[in-house]
Design a protein around this ligand. Sequence first.
Ligand SMILES: Nc1nc2c(c(=O)[nH]1)N[C@H]1C(S)=C(S)[C@@H](COP(=O)(O)OP(=O)(O)OC[C@H]3O[C@@H](n4cnc5c(N)ncnc54)[C@H](O)[C@@H]3O)O[C@H]1N2
Ligand code: MOO
Ligand SMILES: [Mg+2]
Length: 618
Amino acid sequence: MSSVVQEKPEYYSVGILTVSDTCSRDSTKDLSGPALKTLFSETSHSKKPFRVIKTKIVKDDSFEIQKSVKDWCDVENLDLVVTTGGTGFGIRDVTPEAVQPLFEKSCTGVTHAMIKASLEKTIFAALSRPVCGIRGNTIILTVPGSPKGAKENIQAILNVLPHAIDLVRDETGENVHAQLRVEIPQRQRKSPYPMISVTEALNIITEHSNTLSPIKVPVDENLIGMVLAEDVVARLPVPGYRASILDGYVVVASDGPGIYPVVGVSIANTSNLPADKLLPGQIARITTGGPVPPGATAVVMVEDTTLIRASADGLQEESVEIHVKVNDGANIREIGSDTSVGSIVARKGEILSAVGGEIGVLASVGVKEVCVYRRPVIGVLSTGNEVIDHKNTLELKYGQIFDSNRPTLFSIAKATGFEVKDFGIVDDDPKELEKTLKTALTQVDVLVSTGGVSMGELDLFKPTLEKSLGATIHFGRVKMKPGKPTTFATLSGTSGAPEKLIFGLPGNPVSATVTFYLFVLPALRKLAGYENWNSPILPAELTDKLSLDPRPEYHRAVISFDHSKGKFIATSTGHQISSRMLSLRSCNALLKLPEKTDQCKELDKGSTVDAILIGQLS
Ligand SMILES: Nc1nc2c(c(=O)[nH]1)N[C@H]1C(S)=C(S)[C@@H](COP(=O)(O)OP(=O)(O)OC[C@H]3O[C@@H](n4cnc5c(N)ncnc54)[C@H](O)[C@@H]3O)O[C@H]1N2
Ligand code: MOO
Ligand SMILES: [Mg+2]
């Protein structure tokens, strides 16, 4: 019977790649390759010797360099790959540029140690540009092309190399890398990923979800769901002038009830008083929101007055009787009484909600644009040879299914206000998957893929992320139902850009949806600056008993407020298998059910559980 467990060789395997146009034409000119080979062969380490099992000479050509290095890392699985040559300042010197993108991790300390050792010999070492890193289980070093320089560099770090190789082999999970590569009969029969709790998974995700940089955005409805990155101060008072609260007459309150001449009118935005002010013994017509003229001290509503005399043409009021006594200030909004100028009308961290209040306030005080955190852009893709776009009008062939994951995830993103880019359906083909992931990751902050994360031979997502993209997988299994194979990885951003978050959600449609709510949405909210990124949780009483699963379950349910009981009640959406999309129909909550134990196998009707609100309450 074949076994996946391979004997560890009794040596550290080394490949030496000479990079030189000249040597590639005439191998006898290669001095540094053989010099390094001798150095490694003569080095006896207490644990294991080094053995140079691969040597090759290539031109100063990025493609050739990369091809050899990738082959020695990914196929030959060598412990150490050393390139010599092409690290200088010459126009053809491209080794660092060719090798660096292959790294999954950089080994800056090793690079420093090599440079330091060479600089102690000659200042010309400053003209070498070595880079060192890790790809899969292989350490890659780039050293200069001169035999002397090459040897000095390696000698500087020779003592730490065995330990470094041991760490790479043992701690990045030799089994993870090696086992994913074996043929089907030898495929792994246990997942190499530890099963972590939902809480641990969320902690890891939030640790990597760093709020994006602020941007300036005009004040309009496109702000809905954005979070303010700074306090906003009222530029203007509201109202900006003394304004009437009612339709009626401005009066001098101390005049009291009586018949008065109507000397003018102050309707919204216009006033035509003869003296530009109201004098005692005069009144003027005013409409709600109209400017109260100087001299006026109160407004009397039209219902508390009678017309005494109209003009001969019947178009104007000449005198009116005021029936009531009003106090000074009655029915007048003083300047800044709603919002005073200079006051803080919205605070950093506040969400500009769809209710409209915050955006309305900003508009009212003359704020034209605000500083908000940029919202992440999400890329969504489905994987699977059997998955067909749901808009495709052809009949499904045997074994095919319609893609329900993309439409579902697009809908959630739209409802929650996040911009989505569609990267379609990708076949279970490593090259195609790699290409799509690479393209997508240049365009989005967060990539969400569904399918291909479990144990099947076509479940290629995790190995592709690690080996072809150099992403770091932080977890690959979570103790939950549905959603067990949920995967989270990050890819470091280039030149200071934020790292990209990558979610590999399970292909089962319910699992993909539930895990989007549980893991992706909080990350998106945190990136967008939300101070509380979790969905609300309400206590709800079960209307029926529920059996428990060995994994903590996120049970789809409908919750509503029962007025007679004065509490929320929760009703299951029925059969909860991860493929049954109907279990999400009408669902507005995920009930957090504990895992089954010997003591507790089900929850009784009437039990109270935590319900994570994911939809509308009706
Ligand atoms: N030996 C094991 N098998 C499985 C395990 C396990 O632990 N050991 N885990 C199971 C669990 S739990 C889940 S969840 C699924 C996850 O599967 P994958 O993420 O690998 O997804 P696929 O294999 O690609 O597909 C699973 C299932 O979902 C359907 N699917 C995929 N994409 C879509 C889509 N876009 N729209 C609709 N339906 C989709 C696909 O046809 C399969 O039926 O693995 C279990 N297996
Ligand atoms: O964990 Mo899976 O998501 O049960 O179907
Ligand atoms: Mg699968």
